[in-house]
Design a protein around this ligand. Structure first.
Ligand SMILES: [Zn+2]
Length: 398
């Protein structure tokens, strides 16, 4: 039997052993793997906006407290920065190249959806990128079997091939999480309504959502809304006329209001052409119809366009009355709800959640923001990426 004195002397001997090997001692004495210290933690999932320390152990959030004194293997000094849940971007084209997931990860994006880059014919290519992505990546299959085409994905209605799409989803059920229907006049022409109907036929047989790309459609927006079910997503909600969600006098289409009431999500999808114009944005924001989610419609060239990165896109409505924490909710908590099977435990810094964290700088100054029509507005604040932690591991930003 070991009495207390023997136990203590054994413990002292152990400490001596550690002292000869300081690294081993440090690892043994630390409770946490990573400590993010002194940042302004904004976690809309628990309505938290306060200076906090965030401790991480075993790849999960271990503690969020005003002062954590326990040592950690690694510490990030986050003073002066925002510490928020890892960002989730639900409309990207990140699946197009193998390097893309790593590029958006450095912007703070710890979860992405590729929204219809490919259809049934080449879906395996996008799924392969998602599968090898360091962060969670999932795919919406374009209802047009050849994917995005310069001449229009479904201008030839035969390309909206229900059987081919169903086969492709069945083969890649673990990575295809919805159906994308691009409905603009130059993409689907007068086929928009039938293309959406076929998309629903595919999606509903797997109980998946449809994301529609709205704006400049042949069919009125209200008619298209009638085909949307709870959990579906409308991207490019700020698209200017024809067939915007708002009329010239500032009224939101009644079918659009009804769609939101029954649980259809409305997403920004910043993009580069045709999707947002400041005058339309002004009318929609003034009507109080604010987006549920920010997304970039990201491509490899985004840094050289008005997109830049998700934090930049998140900054564009601060001048329209959106608060900092509301903007963060639209890139964390809200997108986690749009694909709950994928992001169920993300978009939060709850203790026990996977430790995906974005560090942001909220700089004050004079910033120009671009729409898709070379229009600029000037803002007083802008979010900048300032570090990413994925599954408890700090990501190199260089
Ligand atoms: Zn897109």
């Amino acid at each position: 039997m070991v009495d207390r004195r023997q136990f203590l002397s054994a413990a002292v001997a152990g400490a001596v052993t550690f002292a000869r090997n300081p690294m081993a001692f440090a690892a043994q004495a630390s409770k946490y793997d990573l400590l993010i210290r002194g940042g302004r933690v904004i976690d809309p999932s628990v309505r938290l906006d306060a200076v906090r320390d965030v401790a991480i152990a075993g790849g999960r959030i271990a503690a969020v407290e005003s002062s954590i004194t326990t040592a950690a293997v690694e510490t990030i000094d986050a003073r002066g920065k925002l510490v928020v849940p890892g960002l989730i971007d639900i409309h990207t084209h990140t699946g197009r190249t193998a390097e893309s997931p790593g590029m958006v990860l450095r912007d703070g994006v710890t979860g992405w959806i590729d929204a219809g880059s490919q259809g049934a014919d080449h879906i395996a290519e996008i799924v392969a990128v998602a599968r090898s992505s360091p962060q969670q990546g999932r795919v919406l299959i374009n209802i047009g079997r050849a994917g995005i085409l310069p001449d229009g994905d479904t201008m030839d209605l035969a390309r909206a091939d229900v059987a081919a799409a169903k086969d492709a989803i069945a083969k890649h059920k673990d990575f295809v999480v919805g159906v994308k229907a691009r409905l603009s006049q130059e993409v689907a022409g007068k086929n928009d309504y039938e293309v959406l109907r076929r998309s629903q036929e595919v999606a509903s047989s797997f109980n998946l959502p449809v994301m529609i790309h709205m704006g400049q459609t042949v069919s009125p927006i209200g008619k298209l809304m009638g085909l949307l079910k709870r959990g579906d997503i409308v991207t490019h909600l700020f698209a200017p006329p024809p067939n915007a969600i708002v009329d010239d006098s500032g009224h939101i289409d009644p079918e659009v209001l009804a769609a939101r009431r029954r649980g259809v999500w409305f997403d920004v999808g910043n993009g580069q052409t045709g999707h947002m114009r400041w005058d339309t944005i002004g009318l929609i924001m003034k009507a109080g119809f604010w987006p549920d989610t920010f997304s970039t419609d990201w491509n490899v060239n985004s840094k050289t366009t008005g997109v830049i990165d998700l934090p930049n896109c998140m900054s564009k409505l601060l001048g329209y009355g959106m608060s900092v924490s509301e903007a963060i909710a639209c890139a964390t908590l809200n997108p986690s709800r749009t694909f709950p099977t994928v992001f169920n435990d993300r978009g939060t810094l709850n203790v026990g959640a996977p430790a995906d964290v974005a560090l942001l700088e909220l700089r004050s100054g004079t910033f120009e923001f671009l729409d898709n029509y070379k229009g600029t507005i000037t803002g007083k604040q802008r979010f900048f990426p300032a570090g990413t932690v994925l599954g408890g591991k700090r990501i190199a930003t260089a």
